[in-house]
Design a protein around this ligand. Structure first.
Ligand SMILES: *[C@@H]1O[C@H](CO)[C@@H](O)[C@H](O)[C@H]1NC(C)=O
Ligand SMILES: [Zn+2]
Length: 381
């Protein structure tokens, strides 16, 4: 209960707006250092990359009231994410982000109408007090954002899939700052000093990549968009998890200050939000029970309501909505519950005390012994 309250308080205190950057694109098209160079300072990328002014660009702001509930969205199931230590992963500074290569043994086995294979994950972040997620939710920008980039298995490679309409699927995770280090991220953040310079890379042993994701994957937003970096291909099916991940302020600082691009600090590497242009953003859960259009529900596709709290995981998951049907728990409700329980316990203790007193008096009287009455003043509940 305290934890829930704390998390809710933490949520309330965390502000910012959210943008997201898709990351699938960093893979090919590394503009090394010179010509064809694009930057986050000047985001008018369409001069060099026509598609960046397309109609289906990412990231976007997700306006929850305008999302469409779709209970038919299949549950996301990940396969091969628990990598053995013998798997060697490449962590690199490509001048735009820090990128971790992922083996093609990792995939999204269900969740889409076809299989998607993992290629890499990378991050977008801000600077100091400026948050740096790419996607925003109801105008809130989160501290940072991670993209796990997958390509449709049938195309055989990220490069070959990147320009196909159904070529890419990116899973996006939003970060919030919490009180504790999130040790799951130390595999990556602990190595950033070793790849400070653009072009640097190191190898790190495999680990369980699911530990980087929220425990509950069934609450998410889904829409069609683009890479959030040039060349901005409009080939990404986006999944933005509603549950966020918490990292500590120290870890966020590490991310924001360890890497360089050219001779500056690599920070604020997020793209600004792009116009929705009439696209539909689906929600897999009742993000807001009222005022939303609903897609007719198909019986079998219910997501099983496996809505157990993640709070035992210690650090990583923030729930904004906790009940199975996604009702929002407000601070007021939480306080009401806490005080309700406190009041209930006090009342119960009082009743038990009174009953014990009566019993004692009765048995004392029965035994005909001296009954010493204490002054009423010592009575307490
Ligand atoms: C998660 O969903 C809740 C309920 O709709 C919403 O208030 C909150 O902003 C969402 N957060 C994210 C990160 O999607
Ligand atoms: Zn990205």
């Amino acid at each position: 209960m305290q934890r829930l309250l704390f998390l809710i308080l933490a949520q309330l205190l965390t502000t910012g707006t959210c943008d997201t950057n898709p990351g699938p694109e960093h893979a090919e098209k590394r503009e090394g250092n010179s010509l064809g160079h694009w930057s986050y300072e000047d985001q008018d990328w369409s001069k060099g990359y026509e598609l960046c002014k397309g109609e289906s660009q990412s990231p976007i702001n997700i306006d929850i009231r305008k999302t469409t509930l779709n209970k038919n969205l299949p549950i996301i199931t990940l396969e091969g994410y628990n990598l053995p230590e013998t798997e060697s992963l490449t962590l690199s500074n490509n001048g735009h982000t820090v990128k971790l290569s992922l083996p093609d043994s990792m995939s999204i086995s269900s969740g889409f109408s076809q299989k998607y294979v993992a290629a890499q994950l990378h991050f977008h972040w801000g600077s100091g007090t400026i948050p740096g997620s790419e996607h925003t939710v109801d105008g809130t920008q989160y501290s940072a954002e991670m993209h796990v980039v997958h390509y449709a298995a049938k195309y055989g490679s990220l490069k070959d899939a990147a320009e196909e309409t159904d070529g890419l699927a990116v899973l996006a995770v939003l970060f919030q700052v919490g009180p504790q280090d999130n040790e799951n991220y130390d595999h990556i953040f602990g190595k950033l000093q070793d790849i400070a310079e653009e072009g640097n890379s190191v190898h790190i042993p495999g680990f369980d990549i699911t530990t980087l994701l929220p425990r509950q994957l069934h609450r998410f937003f889904r829409y069609s968009g683009s890479l959030t970096t040039p060349p901005c291909f409009q080939t990404v099916t986006w999944t933005i998890f509603n549950d966020t991940i918490q990292i500590s302020q120290a870890q966020l600082n590490q991310l924001e200050t360890s890497l360089k691009t050219g001779d500056h600090m690599m920070d604020s590497n997020y793209r600004h939000v792009q116009p929705l242009n009439g696209r539909t953003v689906f929600a897999s859960f009742s993000a807001m029970a009222s005022s939303r259009r609903m897609v007719p529900k198909v019986d079998s596709a219910e997501s099983g309501g496996d809505d157990k709290s993640d709070s035992e995981s210690g650090e990583s998951h923030v729930y904004s909505n906790s009940s199975v049907d996604g009702n929002h728990v407000t601070l007021g409700e939480t306080l009401a519950i806490i005080f309700g329980i406190l009041f209930g316990c006090t009342a119960l203790a009082f009743v038990i005390y009174v009953m014990k007193q009566r019993k004692r008096q009765r048995s004392n009287t029965e035994r005909g012994q001296k009954v010493i009455y204490k002054p009423a003043a010592t009575m307490e509940a």
